[in-house]
Design a protein around this ligand. Structure first.
Ligand code: AMP
Length: 105
C-alpha cells in the first residue's frame, strides 16, 4: 500500500506543497511543531533510514541541498533544525523517509 506521502506526491490527497523537483517534494507538516515545519520527502518510497541502499546516496545528499534552498527561499536560513526519526521506536510514524525542517524564526 502506498504511504500517505506517496498519495500526496501523486495528488491523491491534498497537501500544501512548498517546493517540488523531479525526485523530491517539500510539504508543510499537517501538525506543525514550530512556526515553520516542513517535510522534505524523496519521491522514492524508502521505508526508513535503515532501508537506504548505496544507490540512494545522492538522493539523501540532495535532500539536504533542498533543505538549504527552501530555508533560504523562506528567509529562515539563519536558524533551523533538521532531523530524521528512524523506526517506530525512534518516533517515526510515516514509514516513508522524510527530513523534518523546523524553524521558529
Ligand atoms: P514522523 O513521526 O517522523 O514519521 O513524522 C511524520 C510527520 O508527518 C508528522 O509530523 C505528521 O504531522 C506529518 N503528517 C502526517 N500526515 C500528513 C499529511 N497528510 N500532510 C502533512 N503532514 C503529515
Amino acid at each position: 500500500m502506498s504511504s500517505v506521502f506517496t498519495k500526496i506526491i501523486q495528488r491523491e490527497i491534498p497537501s500544501e506543497i512548498i517546493y517540488e523537483q523531479e525526485d523530491i517534494i517539500v510539504i508543510k507538516d499537517i501538525h506543525p511543531q514550530a512556526k515553520t515545519h516542513l517535510l522534505i520527502i524523496p519521491k522514492k518510497e524508502i521505508e526508513t533510514i535503515n532501508h537506504l541502499e548505496e544507490s540512494d546516496r545522492n538522493l539523501i545528499a540532495e535532500m539536504f541541498f533542498v533543505a538549504k534552498k527552501v530555508a533560504k527561499n523562506l528567509g529562515i536560513e539563519q536558524g533551523y533544525q533538521l532531523h530524521f526519526n528512524v523506526g517506530e521506536k525512534g518516533g517515526q510514524e510515516v514509514m516513508h523517509i522524510h527530513l523534518h525542517l523546523l524553524s521558529n524564526i
